[in-house]
Design a protein around this ligand. Sequence first.
Ligand SMILES: *Cc1c(COP(=O)(O)O)cnc(C)c1O
Length: 417
Amino acid sequence: MTTPAATPAAATVASNPANATNPAAATDFSADALATRAIHAGQTPDPTTGAVVTPIYMTSTFKQDGVLGLRGGHDYSRSINPTRTSFDEQLAAVEGAKYALSFSSGLAAIDVLLRSTLRPGDNVLLGDDVYGGTYRLLSKVFVPWGVGLDVVDITDTAAVSAALESKDYKVIWVETPSNPLLNITDIAATAAVAHAHGVKVVVDNTFASPALQHPLDEGADAVVYSTTKYIGGHSDIVGGAIVVNDEETREKAAFLQNAAGAVPSPFDSWLEIRGLKTLDLRVRRHSANALKIAQWLESQPRDVVERVWYPGLESHPGHEIAARQMHGGFGGVVSVQLAAGAEAAKRFVDHTRLFTLAESLGGVESLIEVPAAMTHASVSGTTLQVPANLVRISVGIEGVDDLIADLDQALAAVSAQ
Ligand SMILES: *Cc1c(COP(=O)(O)O)cnc(C)c1O
């Protein structure tokens, strides 16, 4: 499947029915470039004042003109809020999709998509390298609820195919690039196999972001995001979203969102609108910086740097698929295994100055962590376990030479000890 760089297939984005009445949102939006959509979709100057930026509608409720005389469908902010609607329209347009629904966290979005899709007795086929929180939600909440869960090497289409022959599944859950080894799954090939068995494909597109990859165009049925990462982009909010084209999934998810209530605040939505406007610029810089850092790390002696994981490197097993499936870059996360082992990995992340030792990723500032001890500690001893000497780097948009100099001095400090 070829898609022009950073341009989703659908040029005109249908309005979310819930949004059609929103004074702050455009109804039909048409533009080719993702960067244009990111700035204009869902953003209409305020009709009363002309305010160019969507206001933060920090209100729980809305005045009714007579009983049920709602202004633009607005009754209560769990159900509908104009700032949230504005972000949902903007995100749908950036994705080239019909509908987006935003949530108070990535996991809240994942929970609502799964819970509105699955019933006890249904089975889920999960990649063996998914986000630990997704695995925890499925294995500790959905499995006791009666959902069957099987884990497979999702990058291996033959293994996926064999699993689908052996059992009835409702959903296949794909994360590409995955965390922290940046494994790459061929979305189109996986969707073809899944659809032949009547199984739906969900892609967690958090690592690529809509700036680089459009899973719906590749045949996926639904996309989820932790907008906490690249979409928010500034490490200042926790949020999530579901993006779909089909009305039935949107309706079920929107019903459960309102029924269960994990909605973002208007201020969260406003920060996400602000973040998404610059996504294209930021992700290009994240990707360019990450590629240079990955190449620099790979050029280090093997007795210092054992292995570098980055889909932009030809040495990465998923490089060819990533080059076809991702447009305009390979993302901002690089993982590296240190030859001196797990303790050296911990010392290394303790010696960087520009890279802050912290969980999470996708912000403008560079972060560094040891997954086995931090983000992935909860999957230790499971099929999702990661190497103990692995360091994950979320490359920010600082000057790349400064970042390389920082890694260089930290590696030297570790070697000296
Ligand atoms: C962070 C993350 C999540 C969870 O999102 P939260 O916003 O932290 O709830 C899900 N998937 C991926 C790939 C993530 O990186």
